[in-house]
Design a protein around this ligand. Structure first.
Ligand SMILES: NC(=O)C1=CN([C@@H]2O[C@H](COP(=O)(O)OP(=O)(O)OC[C@H]3O[C@@H](n4cnc5c(N)ncnc54)[C@H](O)[C@@H]3O)[C@@H](O)[C@H]2O)C=CC1
Ligand SMILES: O=C(O)[C@@H]1CCC=N1
Length: 267
């Protein structure tokens, strides 16, 4: 089977690595490039995977996942470019970085796919949006799709939508965790033990997400089903409207989209 390399094994790189291992990918078909020595040893111990230099990983692998921070992408591409050959596939998971930027730094004929993943991939419930670069065959795109499908759902989108997608599903888990934190704190203010509040909130979020997915019912309808006339939910939702939570989400996601665009310009 073809070799896959993961360059940058932080939060997202390890998430992808662990997902591929769970999905049955043989460890001797995987290579990791990781700058931090201690982190490299940790991954070798945990997965039995070979951690090698970026250049060696790029020489040996057919598919190379780039999972470093956007600010480190230029350096990594400059390091591996001399080892790359036409037909290899680069799959970038970095926010903001365009396929054009990557293509401009690697030999012609190297295929590039841009992906926006998210951390629920750690429990095989990831949401990844993928877009092909300009020299990417259907086979290359299918290969990138299969890579990400090992840790969740995959959607093919035009690259111009990637900044908006980053603001929704890429950063989205953080918004949900923020809501969860806020609800737990509120529960504590209402006098519940923290552990009770945590159990209540986590199961409520999981149950609500499952309803959305399994019933396919519009969220507005599901919300109305909970909202009795002159009841408790109506009282709570009025406060959320007064505090402009809907507008706050719009502003937050516009800021995330704009930040993704700025990352593309190297800031
Ligand atoms: N964490 C998240 O929720 C998401 C992250 N991403 C993207 O994934 C990428 C990685 O993000 P995280 O894993 O959160 O960051 P991280 O900081 O946890 O991991 C980056 C890793 O790359 C390593 N690294 C840096 N320079 C290197 C080099 N020259 N060679 C080899 N390794 C090198 C670092 O030591 C670190 O372990 C970013 O581009 C980010 O935009 C995308 C979607 C979600
Ligand atoms: O915050 C970030 O820049 C990365 C990209 C999407 C989620 N985390």
């Amino acid at each position: 089977m073809a070799q896959t390399a993961i360059l940058g094994a932080g939060v997202m790189g390890e998430t992808l690595l662990s997902g591929l291992v769970r999905a049955g990918r043989r460890v001797d078909h995987l290579l990791v490039g990781e700058k931090r020595e201690e982190r490299a040893r940790e991954l070798e111990d945990r997965y039995g995977v070979a951690v090698v230099g970026n250049r060696e990983a790029a020489e040996k692998a057919d598919t190379i996942a780039l999972v470093v921070k956007p600010q480190d992408m230029g350096d990594v591409l400059d390091e591996i470019a001399p080892a790359l050959r036409p037909g290899q596939l680069l799959v970038s998971l970095a926010a903001g970085i365009t396929t054009a930027f990557i293509e401009s730094r690697v030999p012609e004929g190297v295929a590039v796919v841009r992906v926006m993943p998210n951390t629920p991939a750690l429990v095989d419930e990831g949401m990844a949006a993928i877009s092909p670069g300009s020299h990417c065959s259907d086979e290359h795109l299918a290969e990138a799709e299969a890579l990400m499908a090992s840790v969740g759902k995959v959607l093919r989108i035009p690259e111009r939508q990637q900044d908006a997608v980053t603001a929704i599903s890429g950063s989205g888990p953080a918004y949900i965790f923020f809501v969860v934190e806020s609800m737990i704190e509120a529960g504590v203010h209402l006098g519940l033990p923290r552990s009770t509040a945590t159990d209540l909130v986590v199961q409520t979020v999981v149950g609500s997400a499952k309803m959305l997915r399994e019933t396919g019912t519009h969220p507005t309808v599901l919300r109305e089903q909970v909202t009795s006339p002159a009841g408790t939910t109506a009282a709570a939702l009025r406060e959320l409207e007064i505090h402009k939570v809907r507008a706050a989400f719009l502003a937050a996601m516009e800021a995330a989209r704009d930040r993704s665009r700025a990352l593309a310009e190297g800031s």
